[in-house]
Structures are given as C-alpha cells and as structure tokens.
Design a protein around this ligand. Structure first.
Ligand code: PLP
Length: 615
C-alpha cells in the first residue's frame, strides 16, 4: 500500500483502503466516488470539496482539550474562542462554522470593516466578537453599532490613536460602549515563515510605555471599567512550543501588573492564533513539534502559575486559532490532463534504414536493458541523448533523428524504472530527479495554492486511486497558467511519485489536502482563472452523504465584470466584429454567435477530458 504519508498529516480524517483514499467518516465514501458524482453534473476543472464534519471535529477538539486541561489543573477562569475571519470568509464555510459553533458559543474575529459586517450579520448574539487590526472612525462606529445590536464585542486597540477615536465616538454615540482590549507588544516572538506578527519590531501592539499611557487615558475618561482583555498574537503556524511559552509568561505578567495598577475589570487574556497544522507527508520533516494536548496544558498551567504567584484572579482564556480550525475541512481535486512523456511510445518511433550510430546504440540499449545493467544503461542513454542533441544543434542529424532520440530515451527511462521499482538505491533517486515526469493539472496554483507560490508551503498531495500499485514516476506538477512559476517541482528531499497512467484509457486525479485555511481568499486571478467549483459534502444520521451548495466556478463574463469591464460594450464589440466579417455568410454568423455566447458563460478552466483511443 502506498499511502503518501497519510498517517502523518491526515489525523485519521482520510484513510487508504481498497486502493482508494476514503473519507474516514460514517459511510466512508471514496474521494473518487464523490468527484465522479460531481462531474456527472457536467462540471469539469478543479473542484474544492468542503467537509463540515471536519470543522466540527476541530472546534470540538479545541474546546474539549481546553476544558480537559482546565479541569486537570483546577483552573478558575473560563475558555472562549473566536474564528478569525481573515482565514476563510467564504459563505459556504462560514455558514457551516457558525451553525456548528452555536453549542460552544464560538464567536468571530474581524480585522476589517467588511469582516466586521460579516460578524454582525451572522454571529450568534451571545457569542463573542473580537476586533483587531488598524481601525479608523468608521470601523469604531461599526463596533458601537454592534454593541447597540446587543453583541458581546471587544475592540482591541493596536495604537493610542485608536483609543482616542473610541473616546470621541463614545461621546457621539453613547452607551452601550464596546469592551476594550489592548494588544500588547511582546519582546518574545514567533518563529518560522509567518513570524512577523510578534516581537519588539512587530507591526502591531502597544509597548509597555504606551500601555501605561492607555490605562491613564482610560482612567481620566472614566472608561477603565471597559478595559477587559489583553491580546497578543505571535504569528501563524507556530512550529515549536517554546516561543508560545515565552509569550505566555510575558503576557501573564503584563496581565497581573495591569490588574495591580487598578484595571480591576481586566479578566481575560487572548492568545491570538498560531496553533500549527501538520502539513508534512514525509517522516523526516515535521511542521509542528507539539500536540494540542501539550499546547492546552502549557497555556493553562502557565497562566495559573503566574496568577497564583502574583496573587491575581486566574484570567479567562480566549483563542483566535484559525488555521487549526479551517485547514482540514477542504480538499482540492485537480484532474490530470496530460503526462508530458505520454506521447513517447514505441508506435511513435520512426527509425530509418540507416540511423546515426548513437541512435542504433540507443535502440540496442532499449532492447537489452535488464535489472542488472539498468542503472548503467540509463546513464549511457542520458549521455547519448546529450551528444545527439549537440549533433542536432550542429546540423549533423535531422528532426526525425531527434524525435527518435527523445522517444528511445524515454522508453529506456520507463523500462529502467519498471525494472528497478523495488530498489532503494540513492542513484536511482538521483536519476529520477533528472528524468521526472511532468503532470499537467487542470487548476491554477496561483488561485488554489497561493502559499506554495509565495512561501513554498507544501501541502499533502496524492492520487485518488491506484493506491495498491507502486507509483514509479518522479513527478513535477504543472498548472495551466502561462506562468513558469505555476510548477511544484520534484524535490529530492520531499519526493513525489505518481503512476504512469495512460490517460487515454483512464482518468487520474490528484488531491491536495489541508487547503481550507488562507488559500481561498489569498488566491489570485492570474490569467483570469477563478475560484474553483466548490461543493459541500454533508453526512446524515444514516451515514449517507449528500452534495450540497454546489457553486460553479465564475463564468468568463462574470470575471470580466469583476474587473469592471463594461459587458454591454464588450459583447457588442464581439458582435460587431463578427457581423462585419466578410469571411463567413449570415447563416454561419448566427451559429458562430451562439457558440461564442456559450463559451462566455462557461468558466476559464479546461473542459476537455482526455480522448479515448477508440474515439
Ligand atoms: C491571523 C490572526 C489569527 C489567526 O492565526 P492562525 O495562525 O490562523 O491561527 C488570530 N489572531 C490574529 C490577531 C491574527 O492576525
């Protein structure tokens, strides 16, 4: 069985059984079955599948683990959590999340006016709303409006000027006034590629001097009783527990000091986000060195210890983990359109009566290669190819010879890999690195995996079926944008092997996992490829599943509208370009215009399925 490290990254959410990858829940449907069901409705191109039961699992685990830790340390404060909207604002995700969150009193965190509007429209009345990020008067007005609606809202101040605006708005709009939080600037900081949110040079938060000033200002304006929370966030995907503990000690002491200074309603510490997700599919690399159990134990234990030492009440604990909650729920399915060397078959070989000697030799290598000589013959064939390509550049061999060279070398590579498939030799790995197969996928990396493009973040990837067959091709993955950055290269440290599939006879799909956090909203419309078609998979009590809320990828007209093209003008230009053409008659013009209209209402992804041999 070839499981692509599923035990490392899937948390048992997906399993390999009977050669396919299955959702490990209730009736355990395979991802292939779900994908085919969606495609039966005529949908092609990439597909984003949402699994609300995995949102439920993450939220449930977060609350359960904090409650367990609080019980075991006899902690006096409460546990509360909000979902940071910036991680995923898509309605079909948020709708599920808010519904699932109700029984936990799970709230929302907003970092902009638009996000705050989502929270004000969809959050449960009793569940907390926290507001971070830079705020102008408009945003603070919104906070007061939310308070007037009856929401339990905390405005977290990033700078003293924001506090001054709050005082101003309080005079204009009056009671009820939202609770006030202060974001503290820690000297300890996170690590890893997302670490810029914490630390003394961080973009956010108040220094100790500013904290003292803020408390003075609140006191002077008789608002100190509204100051209820301190907040910090040391960055996303915190891969080690040590910086979390340092930040907690620092924040815990700041909390105790502020209480001692008279901030007597200050009763909560908000830890921000940062809980890491295990993205690795290779045993020798791990993305996180701690579990949720260790994390919750450390948080509760440290805060209790500091509160006891300093003789203050144990604070309520808030978290804003987003990646941890959202990442597992979504899987991206990308159909494979082409294997680069698929066309290199023996049938394509057109050897001449007399061939250049090196080609004769290649042919001989191909015919006589066996397990014992495979590596040696592979080396020889790669050498010969270099020489033959040089001969072509110098004008000594023709295009037919060059084509025969390419075909023979690829045939030798395939044969050698087949012969050596059980070998673990390092040399084979090195050769595979040199002779990797390119898999062309019907998706845009810029749209669907922007963190790979921007940060080289790797996501677990595997084929949906054939998992009982050893994959032998070292693979690099190419998207359909016209950008050479649209590639996930084969990396000898994180090797990916896929199957040598004949796409004329069978379909082949790859799944990317853990793509539910950040990827959707950071996705770019490069080449005007849009958010993929999405579907939500809901399981009922009997274990059966239903496909809900299918949203097809935006049509070409919709995306052009989003760019502010005048669609009337655009369509009338197309129409008149066709009408004024002298190349076709009136009847054909009508037919062509219908065809054009049809295409305008489809999305930009490729619609083709690979052709069958018989067609
Ligand atoms: C981004 C952000 C979060 C979420 O971080 P994750 O790493 O996704 O958990 C939480 N709080 C604040 C203030 C943030 O900016």
């Amino acid at each position: 069985m070839f499981d692509y490290g599923i035990k490392i990254w899937s948390q048992n959410n997906f399993i390999v059984e009977d050669g396919v990858v299955k959702v490990n829940y209730r009736s355990k449907p395979s991802l292939l079955e779900i994908t085919k069901k969606v495609r039966q409705t005529g949908i092609r191109g990439p597909l984003l599948i949402r699994f609300p039961h995995l949102i439920q699992k993450q939220i449930g685990t977060l609350y359960k683990e904090f409650k367990r830790a609080m019980k075991s340390f006899d902690y006096q404060g409460s546990f509360n959590a909000v979902f940071p909207l910036k991680v995923n604002q898509f309605p079909n995700f948020i709708t599920s999340l808010v519904e699932i969150g109700k029984e936990y009193n799970y709230g929302l965190e907003a970092g902009s006016k638009a996000e705050l509007i989502i929270a004000m429209a969809y959050n449960h009345k009793k569940a907390p709303i926290t507001v971070n990020g830079f705020k102008d008067k408009g945003m603070i007005n919104l906070g007061f409006i939310a308070a007037k609606m009856g929401f339990d809202i905390t405005l977290t101040i990033e700078g003293l000027n924001e506090l001054e605006t709050i005082l101003e708005v309080a005079k204009e709009l009056g009671e009820p006034i939202p609770d006030i939080g202060l974001r503290i600037r820690l000297h300890s900081s996170g690590i890893g590629i997302w670490a810029k949110s914490g630390g003394i040079n961080s973009k956010f938060g108040l220094t100790s001097t500013e904290l003292l000033e803020a408390v003075e200002l609140l006191k002077k304006n008789d608002l100190l009783q509204k100051f209820k929370m301190i907040h910090f966030h040391i960055g996303s995907q915190i891969s080690e527990i040590a910086p979390v503990k340092r930040a907690l000690r620092e924040a815990g002491n700041i909390y105790a000091e502020l209480r001692k200074m008279g901030a007597e309603n200050l009763g909560a510490i908000n830890l921000g986000g940062g809980l890491a997700i295990e993205y690795s599919q290779h045993e020798n690399f791990h993305a996180a060195n701690y579990t949720i159990t260790e994390f919750t134990n450390d948080v509760v234990f440290l805060l209790k210890e500091i509160a006891e030492q300093k003789g203050v009440i144990q604070p309520d604990i808030f978290t804003e983990s987003g990646r941890y909650i959202a990442a597992p729920h979504a899987v991206l399915i990308a159909p494979v359109l082409e294997l680069f060397s698929q066309e290199y078959t023996e049938r394509g070989l057109k050897l001449k009566k007399t061939n250049p000697p090196l080609i004769e030799e290649l042919y001989d290598l191909y015919k006589t290669i066996n397990r014992k000589n495979a590596i040696e013959y592979l080396h020889d064939s790669l050498d010969h190819m270099e020489s033959l390509l040089t001969l072509f550049d110098l004008g000594y061999i023709d295009l037919q010879d060059r084509s025969n060279t390419e075909i023979l070398v690829h045939l030798i590579i395939k044969k050698a890999i087949e012969l050596l498939k059980n070998s673990k030799s390092y040399e084979l790995k090195r050769i595979q690195d040199r002779v990797q197969e390119r898999y062309l996928l019907n998706f845009s990396l810029f749209q669907s995996l922007p963190d790979f493009w921007g940060l080289k973040q790797r996501f677990p990837v595997m084929p949906l079926n054939n998992l009982d067959v050893r994959p032998t091709r070292s693979a690099s993955l190419w998207d359909i944008t016209c950008d050479s950055d649209g590639e996930i290269d084969f990396n000898i440290d994180y090797p990916l092997y896929l199957h040598d599939i004949d796409l004329k006879n069978e379909e082949y799909f790859l799944a990317f996992f853990l793509v539910g956090a950040y990827q959707e909203i950071l996705g770019m419309k490069h080449n005007l490829f849009t958010h993929p078609t999405e579907v939500t998979v809901e399981f009922d009590e009997n274990g059966d599943y239903r496909l809900e809320r299918i949203v097809e990828a935006q049509s070409i007209l919709d995306i052009l509208y989003d760019l502010d093209y005048d669609l009337n003008e655009l369509q009338s230009n197309l129409k008149s370009n066709l009408a004024n053409s002298h190349l076709i008659d009136e009847e054909e013009k009508e037919r062509i215009f219908e065809l054009l209209a049809l295409i305008l209402n489809e999305n930009s992804y490729l619609k083709m399925s690979p052709k069958k041999d018989s067609e």
